[in-house]
Design a protein around this ligand. Structure first.
Ligand code: ADP
Length: 363
């Protein structure tokens, strides 16, 4: 008994939370720990023997004897965020929990008082900086949209006049002139693709997109039609069965699957390039996998490939701008999911995985 009493005392004295012990019948304060004395700035004597409702300090919890009765009957009371005033008039915010215990057949009430002022300020600052960041992102998105849109205009002029040059002065240009012109046309074509990718990226976060229930099996059928030419050329296959019906933005989700499937077929040297789509139900989410029997990716590049315009190969080896996975990731994030390289082995193939919450809220 003695040992356990000593242990309790030590905890009480050293606690980094305020503790107040009350006689449950009389409502009188019988003990207060040093932390609370320090936190509130009143002396220990100021507390001892006082009825808690007379103290005024905790008027939001116990303003009267009646309220105290209620506290005692409930047994457990908790306030997550309660304002208190210290002796020197400073306002602090605390979490207040009170429990009724039986000690030697006597009922006592223990009140634990935790100062949450700093964590509350930090939380509010975090919310504020998140809001600021969102506003900056939104502005950046709009800016990207406007700039990419405006860049299309002069590019159309370059493409148009290059064509006029070929048509009207082609015979005067000579072989070198024609080759230069050809390069200009190709470069502006690539630039046009890059601008289209930027425009796509800047549109993903827009609020006006609508979410619908979509049967992914039907979506795959549509993608097979879209990629028919590529499948025929590469002798490729897309395999899937029993995929779920999910709430998503159909156009963007099609873009996700099309990007991943196209990559699986493109970065592939197998006789029969095959991309397999499977789904696994987990608590609260679907985990989708897109696997291929392609060239694979070295683990050190698993993160880098999701960055905008990052590519591991030259355009001569494999066509592409390096925006596909950045767009894919952005769409998945907008659907509140995650995407990553599940497994990949150079020469054997790659599995991309991503999650989609089942109760996807329309953003
Ligand atoms: P792009 O396909 O236009 O090159 P992506 O953003 O889709 O751009 O992909 C970025 C890079 O990641 C690719 O250039 C390629 O090196 C690598 N990659 C993507 N998917 C695969 C895959 N299924 N197998 C092997 N490498 C891949």
């Amino acid at each position: 008994m003695q040992a356990s009493e000593t242990r309790y005392r030590r905890l009480f004295e050293a606690a980094h939370d305020g503790i107040l012990i009350l006689d449950a019948n009389l409502g009188q304060i019988v003990d207060v720990n040093p932390f609370l004395v320090n936190l509130l700035g009143y002396s220990k004597e100021m507390f001892l023997g006082k009825k808690i409702w007379d103290l005024g300090l905790f008027r939001d919890v116990v303003s009267s004897q009646g309220a105290f009765q209620e506290l005692q009957e409930k047994g457990y009371v908790r306030y997550d965020d309660l304002p208190l005033e210290t002796k020197d008039g400073k306002r602090i915010d605390v979490e207040f929990i009170s429990n009724v215990y039986l000690v030697d057949l006597e009922k006592v009430i223990q009140c634990n008082i935790r100062d949450i002022t700093e964590s509350k300020v930090a939380k509010e600052a975090l919310i504020k900086s998140k809001e600021d960041l969102e506003a900056v992102n939104k502005e950046l998105e709009n800016y990207t949209y406007v700039v990419s849109h405006d860049l299309k205009e002069p590019l159309r002029s370059i493409e148009g006049f290059s064509q006029f040059l070929t048509e009207d002065f082609g015979d005067k240009l000579g072989d070198t002139g024609k080759e230069y012109l050809d390069r200009i046309v190709k470069a502006s074509g690539r630039m046009s693709n890059l601008i289209t990718d930027l425009l796509t990226l800047s549109r993903i976060g827009r609020k006006d997109i609508e979410f619908h229930m979509v049967d992914l099996n039907n979506m795959m059928k549509g993608i097979e039609v879209d990629l028919a030419e590529m499948l025929k050329r590469s002798n490729g296959r897309i395999e899937y069965k029993k995929l779920p019906t999910i709430l998503c933005q159909p156009t963007w989700m099609t873009e996700v699957f099309r990007n991943l499937i196209e990559n699986g077929l493109k970065f592939n040297k197998s006789q029969v390039p095959t991309v397999t789509i499977t789904s696994r139900e987990k608590s609260g989410e679907y985990e989708l996998s897109v696997s291929d029997n392609g060239i694979g990716i070295e683990p050190k590049y698993f993160e880098r490939i999701f960055k905008l315009f990052e590519r591991l190969h030259s355009r001569k080896e494999y066509e592409g701008s390096g925006a596909g996975l950045a767009i894919t990731k952005s769409i998945i994030l907008n659907h509140k999911g995650k995407i990553w390289v599940g497994t990949s082995e150079p020469g054997k193939g790659t599995t991309f995985k991503f999650t989609l919450p089942k109760d996807n809220q329309v953003p």
